[in-house]
Design a protein around this ligand. Structure first.
Ligand code: THU
Length: 129
């Protein structure tokens, strides 16, 4: 899957919505699902997993990045994030950084944005010695 090829957004939206059904969100009641397309054409997914110690909550994008590495690694070229009704959700600040690491500035987000739009001037692997 090269970045020149069309992104199967319908498939990503559907996979994100499906993943949101697995969310563990008893505290916020906000189910979140994320789906990403990898540079070799896989679709990886994640859902949010909350914790009674609220700050330990794992966002859906955290699970997605785990799934990326668990299933063979590579780079994310596009990501869709939805709530439990399938409505688009914008990634939080920490998750923008996670997506930057896994896909870089050119990774597309929710059809209309890129990670570079969401996290301009990002700090990343290239800034480390
Ligand atoms: N959440 C995500 O899963 N991803 C985001 O990018 C934003 C927030 C989750 C975390 C928490 O379980 C719930 O949404 C409310 O913040």
């Amino acid at each position: 899957m090269s970045t020149e090829q069309a992104i199967p957004w319908s498939e990503l939206w559907a996979a994100a919505h499906r993943a949101s059904a697995s969310a563990y969100a008893p505290y916020s009641k906000l189910s979140v699902g994320a789906a990403g397309l990898t540079d070799d054409g896989r679709v990886v997914t994640g859902c949010n997993v909350e914790n009674a110690s609220f700050g330990l909550t794992l966002c859906a994008e955290c699970g997605l990045v785990g799934d990326l590495h668990r299933t063979g690694g590579g780079r994310l070229v596009a990501v869709a994030v939805t709530d439990g009704d399938g409505n688009p959700l914008t990634p939080c600040g920490r998750c923008r950084q996670l997506l930057y690491e896994a896909g870089g500035a050119s990774c597309q987000v929710n059809e209309t944005l890129t990670v570079g739009d969401l996290l301009p001037g990002a700090f990343g692997p290239e800034d480390l010695p």
